[in-house]
Design a protein around this ligand. Structure first.
Ligand code: HAM
Length: 436
C-alpha cells in the first residue's frame, strides 16, 4: 500500500462504526469523576522536553528511550507528551491553582506518545483518561482516588480486574532501600544490561522496571521496598488500606510494583487484567508528593492515576460487555424530484433544530437505492415524498422495525411526527409491561 494511505506504525484510527463506544466510555468516566469533584483540564499535546526529563525522571525508560522529541523551528527542544501528569502539574503551578481551595481535582482525556515496540494493547499513540488531585497528603485521598477507578470499572461492567497495591516510601526511607538494592545488584552486575548499569549508579529502583528479560529475572529476587519503608509511610499505607476495607474495595498487596515513572512516593497501584495479553495493566497511578517541588513549585503533596483507553476497550470487547448502540436516524426522507427534495431539506432542518436525527437523500439516487440506504444505515422510520404527496399534502410514515406506521399531514409535519414518536414509545412501553 502506498505510504500516504497507511497510518504510522503504532497508531490507529478510530472508525465511525466504533467511535460511539469510545465516546460513551469517555463521557462516563468524565462524569463519574465529576461526581467525585474532578473537573476537566486540557493541556497542550507538546511541552518543553525538560518538563518530562525532570518530572517523569531521566532514568526512566519513558524519558531515556520512548519520547518523541524534536527541535522546533525556533530551536527549542519540544516533546509530545508521553503522559498527562507532568503537564497537569505544570498548569497547576503556572496558573497559581494552588491559591484556589485545595485540594484541586482535575481530570483529562488525552492522547499520549511513546516510542515503544507496538503490540496488542501497546501503541505509539494511545489515549488516557486520567485524574490528578493536588494538595493533600491524607491517606483518605489515596483511597478516594482508588475508589474512583473502582467505581468507573464497576459502572462500565468490567470484570476480573485485580487491584494491586504497594507503598514505595518517601525520600527518607528510599535511601535505605537504594542502599540495599545497590548491594544486591552490585554482585550481579555482569548480567545487567548497559542501561541498568547506569541505573545502578543513578536510580537502582529503575532496574526493577527494566523490560530486558535478563534484568527482570535478576530483579525477581531483589529486596522488596515494603521491608524498608519508615514508620510514617507504613502508617500511611495502613490507613489507605483501612479506608479501602471500609469501602469494600478488594486489593492485593504486591510489593514488586514500583511503576515506570520517577515521581512516585508512598502509595502506588495498578488495576491488572489477565484477559488482554501481556499488556494487562489497564490503569496505574499513585502519590507523587515531590513533583511540584521538582518542577520549581512549593511542596504540594499530590496523587493521580491514568487509565489506558485502548486497553480498556480491548477488555470490554474481550468480555463482550454491552455498550450502547450507534445512534440511528429517527427518520429518513426518501424523495422523488427536486421539489420533494427541497421540502425534505426544509423539514429536516427544523426537525434537527428540535433535536431529532433526520436524514434525506443528498446523492440523487433512485427511490429503491434510497430505501436500501435508509435500511442499511439503520433509520427507524422512512417517509416517501414525491409530487403526489406534495399535491395531497399527506405522507406515510413507515416504521422500519416492523412497528405501526402512520398517515401524517405535510403541513405541521414536524409536530405530527413527534407525536407519532411519542405514541410509538408509549406503545412499546405498554408491550414491555405486558411481557413482564
Ligand atoms: P502509566 O502506567 O505509564 O502511568 O500509564 C497509565 C496507563 O496508560 C497504563 O496503565 C496503560 O493502560 C496505558 N498505557 C501506557 N502506555 C501505553 C501504550 N504504549 N499503549 C497503550 N496504552 C498505554 C502514567 O502515565 C501516569 N501519568 C499515571 C498517573 C497519573 N500517575 C499519577 N497520576
Amino acid at each position: 500500500m502506498a505510504l500516504v494511505t497507511k497510518a504510522i506504525k503504532g497508531t490507529q484510527d478510530l472508525l465511525p462504526c466504533d467511535s460511539h463506544k469510545n465516546r460513551y466510555v469517555e463521557q462516563t468516566m468524565l462524569s463519574i469523576a465529576e461526581k467525585f469533584g474532578f473537573k476537566e483540564i486540557r493541556t497542550p499535546v507538546f511541552e518543553h522536553t525538560e518538563l518530562f526529563s525532570r518530572g517523569v525522571g531521566d532514568t526512566t525508560d519513558v524519558v531515556q528511550k520512548e519520547m518523541y522529541t524534536f527541535d522546533d523551528k525556533g530551536g527549542r527542544s519540544i516533546t509530545l507528551r508521553p503522559e498527562g501528569t507532568a503537564g497537569a502539574m505544570r498548569a497547576f503551578l503556572e496558573h497559581g491553582l494552588f491559591n484556589e481551595p485545595l485540594p484541586q481535582k482535575v481530570s483529562y482525556l488525552t492522547s499520549c506518545y511513546r516510542y515503544e515496540k507496538p503490540q496488542a494493547g501497546r501503541l505509539r499513540e494511545f489515549h488516557q483518561f486520567g485524574v490528578e488531585c493536588f494538595g493533600t497528603a491524607a491517606p483518605a485521598a489515596d483511597a478516594e482516588l482508588i475508589s474512583l477507578a473502582h467505581q468507573i470499572f464497576s459502572f462500565l461492567g468490567v470484570e476480573g480486574l485485580t487491584l494491586e497495591l504497594n507503598s514505595i516510601g518517601c525520600p527518607t526511607c528510599r535511601k535505605n532501600y537504594h542502599k540495599a538494592l545497590r548491594e544486591y545488584f552490585e554482585s550481579r552486575k555482569a548480567q545487567l544490561c548497559p542501561t541498568c548499569l547506569d541505573r545502578l549508579e543513578r536510580n537502582p529502583m529503575r532496574i526493577l522496571d527494566c523490560k530486558n528479560p535478563e534484568c527482570q529475572e535478576i530483579a525477581k529476587n531483589a529486596p522488596k521496598v515494603l521491608d524498608y519503608i519508615c514508620d510514617d509511610c507504613a502508617a500511611h499505607f495502613a490507613a489507605v488500606k483501612s479506608h479501602l476495607d471500609a469501602m469494600n474495595i478488594p486489593y492485593v498487596v504486591n510489593p514488586t510494583i514500583v511503576r515506570g515513572l520517577d515521581y512516585y512516593t508512598r502509595t502506588v497501584f495498578e488495576f491488572v487484567s489477565t484477559q488482554i495479553g501481556a499488556q494487562g495493566t489497564v490503569c496505574g497511578g499513585g502519590r507523587y508528593d515531590g513533583l511540584a517541588e521538582e518542577l520549581g513549585g512549593s511542596a504540594t503533596p499530590s496523587l493521580g492515576f491514568a487509565l489506558g483507553i485502548e486497553r480498556l476497550m480491548l477488555l470490554l470487547a474481550a468480555q463482550n460487555t454491552p455498550l450502547p448502540e450507534e445512534e440511528r436516524a429517527d427518520l429518513f426522507f426518501v424523495t422523488m424530484g427536486d421539489a420533494a427534495n427541497c421540502k425534505a431539506a426544509q423539514l429536516a432542518y427544523s426537525m434537527r433544530e428540535n433535536g431529532l436525527a433526520v436524514q434525506y437523500d443528498i446523492l440523487g439516487r433512485s427511490v429503491k437505492a434510497q430505501m436500501k440506504y435508509a435500511n442499511k444505515t439503520g433509520a427507524r422510520n422512512t417517509v416517501v415524498i414525491g409530487d403526489s404527496e406534495l399535491e395531497s399534502g399527506e405522507v406515510t410514515v413507515k416504521n422500519m422495525d416492523g412497528g405501526d406506521g402512520a398517515q401524517l399531514p405535510l403541513d405541521g409535519f414536524e409536530d405530527a411526527f413527534e407525536q407519532y414518536l411519542i405514541q410509538a414509545e408509549l406503545g412499546r412501553l405498554a408491550d414491555e409491561e405486558i411481557s413482564f
